[in-house]
Design a protein around this ligand. Structure first.
Ligand code: CNA
Length: 243
């Protein structure tokens, strides 16, 4: 099957990709629902990422952020991230990511839609003042809940919490509808509306996820494997190296 996938990717004129937390697990960032995921291990509950809960009790989210920001900062792109960046230098590739890290950009990808926002920026909910990743990271080291130095308002990272609308969904649909191949990588396909993008794909659909998902049957090719191992193997069937 992998030989066929290599051919499909190689001969396509354009590719769209939906990535999920699984693509960053080998970079040291835990996912939600995987084997060692944040939910699976019971480390944090879904309410940490719920907007109503955050507005009432932001401390819980910031306890999580205090632990995770240094991990996000240190993380380096995986083989899978690098593969996608490299292939974009050869043909149009648009990435729709559910991830809030910036590993696609760190790997060199240019066309990235962050459906769920990113932790790169934050802003004050009262006066709108902008804070960089670095500024917020420093603020959360010394404060339980970081407050705006201009007006005292609550600062919120520009990530989409449960209960908030996703960003750029129209752009994501356009990108998926207009590509010849659709890849879904490292996602449980349980989060709406990102999981509905599968249905917009008109060309070949390829899923690589270490575990079975509830949407496997939508795909022409399904591989249950670690992503980096998959791309390592795929490379043997492609004409170029993606290191
Ligand atoms: P998810 O529901 O946690 O699913 C991740 C999937 O990846 C699971 O099915 C795993 O089995 C699979 N997986 C884990 N490791 C690998 C691997 N090495 N190779 C292949 N597959 C693997 O995450 P989704 O992205 O589907 O759900 C969307 C949520 C997760 C979004 O709201 C994200 O913001 C959120 N999230 C993002 C990050 C990040 O930015 N890196 C981290 C954790 C959660």
């Amino acid at each position: 099957m992998i030989e066929e996938i290599a051919k499909v990717i190689q001969s396509s004129r354009s590719i769209s990709v939906l990535t999920g937390a699984g693509i960053s697990v080998n970079a040291g960032i835990p996912d939600f629902r995987g084997e060692k995921g944040i939910y699976t291990q019971g480390l944090y509950s879904e309410s940490v990422f719920d907007i109503d809960y955050f507005l009432e009790n932001p401390k819980l989210f910031y306890d999580f952020a205090r632990e995770m920001y240094p991990v996000f900062e240190k993380a380096e792109p995986t083989k899978a991230h690098k593969f996608l960046a490299e292939i974009e230098s050869k043909k149009p590739v648009c990435i729709v990511t559910q991830n809030i890290d910036f590993l696609h950009e760190k790997a060199g990808s240019k066309s990235v839609i962050h459906l769920h926002g990113s932790i790169e920026h934050s802003h004050c909910l009262k006066c709108g003042k902008h804070f960089s990743f670095e500024e917020l990271k420093n603020l959360i080291i010394t404060n339980d809940v970081p407050r705006c130095d201009r007006c005292g308002g609550l600062i919120k990272p520009d990530v989409v919490f449960f209960g908030e609308p996703v960003l750029d969904f129209d752009k994501a649909v356009h990108c998926v509808e207009n590509s010849e191949v659709f890849l879904a990588l490292g996602t449980s396909l349980e989060v709406y509306p990102a999981n509905t993008l599968v249905q917009y794909a008109s060309g070949k659909r390829i899923l690589v996820n270490i575990r079975k998902t509830q949407m496997d049957y939508y795909f022409d090719f399904v591989i249950h494997e670690d992503l980096d191992e998959f791309f390592e193997r795929l490379e043997d069937f492609m004409e170029v190296s993606y290191e």
